[in-house]
Structures are given as C-alpha cells and as structure tokens.
Design a protein around this ligand. Sequence first.
Ligand code: HEM
Length: 276
Amino acid sequence: MAKRRPLSYGEYLGLGELLDLQRLVSKPRQHDEVLFLIAHQAYELWFKLMLNELETAISHMLADNLSEATRLIRRVVPVQRVLIDQLEVLETIKPTDFLKFRSILHPASGFQSLQFRELEFISGQKDERYLKLHVGNESDYEQLLKRWEAPTLWDGFRTVLEERGFDVGRKAKGNEEANFELEVEASLKIFTEGKYLHVAELAEVMLEYDKWFQLWRSHHIMMVERVIGGRAGTGQKIVKKTIGSASFHSSGVEYLQTTMGKRFFPALWAARTRIS
Ligand code: HEM
C-alpha cells in the first residue's frame, strides 16, 4: 500500500486557497482595503463557529443535556468579545483612506451577511423581511430558510422548561401575550428556586450571550459613526427595500439604531425585573 504523505500545516488549513481569497476591488490598490477585507472574512469564520456551537447547544437542550448546552454557549461568549475587539482594528482606518475605496463597495454591505441573519434566526429573532431579501439567490435563500425552519435557542430552552413541568404556552396557541407571561413566570421560578440550579446556570449564560450580541451592535454603530459619520451605508438601497419604512431613508447609523434594544430572550430579561 502506498504510504500517505504526511499532512502539512498548510495543507490541513487549506492555506493555499485561504490566502488567495483576499481579492481587492480597489484600483489603484488601496492599502487599507486589505484590512477591511480580512476583518470581514475573519468575522464570517467566527460566525461559522458560533453557529456550529449554538446548533449543537440546541440539540443538547432538546435532549435535556444541560451541562453541555451551557458549556457550548459559554464558549461563544469569548468569541463575541473577540468580535468586538476586532472593531478596534477597523477603527484605525482613517476616514479619508476609507473613502478612497468605499464607493466601489456599493451596494455590498454587512447588512447582506447571511450568517449574521442565521445567528439572529438561531437565537429566535426571526424577521421575515430579512429572509425575503435573499429571494432570487436560490442557495442563499435555501440556507436561510433552513435556519428559519430550525429550532431556536429559545425553543430549546422552552423544552427544558417543559421537561420540568412548566406550561410555557404551547396550549395557549396564538395568544402571544399569555404565552409570554407563562414564560416569564417559569423563568422567574428558575432564577429564584434552588432546585433549578442547572437550568438557572443555562439561563445565565443565555443572558450573557444576548448581552454580548447587543454590545456588538452598539460597538459596531459607534465604529461606523467614527469612520463614516452620519453618511448613508453602502447597502442603503437594499436596507430601504427590505425594511420598507420611511424612517430608514437617511443614514446607515439611523437604521442601525433601530436594531438596538432587540433582545433574543425577552422573557429572561423580564423575569429579572420581578425577582424580589
Ligand atoms: C469600516 C467598517 C464598517 C462600516 C463603515 C460599516 C457600516 C455599516 C452600515 C452603514 C450598516 C447599515 C447598513 C447599510 O446601510 O449598509 C452596516 C450594517 C451591518 N454591518 Fe457594518 N460596517 C463596517 C464593518 C462591519 C464588519 C467588520 C462587520 C462584520 C461582519 C459588519 C457587519 C454588519 C452587519 C451584520 C450589518 C447589519 C446589521 C443589522 O441589520 O442589524 N460591519 N454596517
């Protein structure tokens, strides 16, 4: 039998292909486009990892394996911190240097990031307008649709609650307010009754994940404002078409501000207010 060539570092990582993927569009070549491109590519790789962890964490929740679910979501949190730190590198781009290649990027925008939407969807924040944005690109649409149809972190957590005898509203179908109330009441018990220690630990790590996601949003906005001020984003037209509201006409930052305050697990946050 022919002996297999020992695996090399570069082969294992596919470095040939990976390092060939930084294809600049600026002409003449703009020095800072390398940073801009690599930062976004690195983000997409971390997004891929986050999705991998969260997807498995949900399977563990559905199988009532709480310690593994908690461990995997906890792993995502330092990744979220890395993502925020990366914004600092982007902030070193001088606005004048960014403007030299920014216009060539139109209408491409982070707004179109498929994996970012997957992260929102897997976390339970499913907005059909973002799904519809990808109609016309079959493979992107299929990828997002799969995530749309798949269970979310909150579905996983609800199953954990049901396993412990909580009625979290599957019976009160269609009455969202009543369902929410049941979820808050159950979460309150989880946080306050000693016998639910492991569920409480899982809930804490979910709050932590939610918190860091919101922190990324606010850091991203600050970074955007620092680099482009109140200008409209490169994806302005797509944002307007997708979101379809008059209030999204003007600047990129204005749209981004509307995404602030979105919470993945509102029942967990609401339960915190009721702890006495
Ligand atoms: C100099 C760097 C950056 C600038 C100036 C910038 C600017 C913007 C602007 C203006 C928007 C609003 C949509 C639009 O009008 O295009 C946006 C959205 C977005 N950006 Fe960035 N961005 C930068 C870096 C990044 C990086 C590194 C990522 C990582 C993937 C990212 C991900 C996103 C995402 C996911 C959205 C959509 C957010 C949402 O819909 O909630 N951006 N960005």
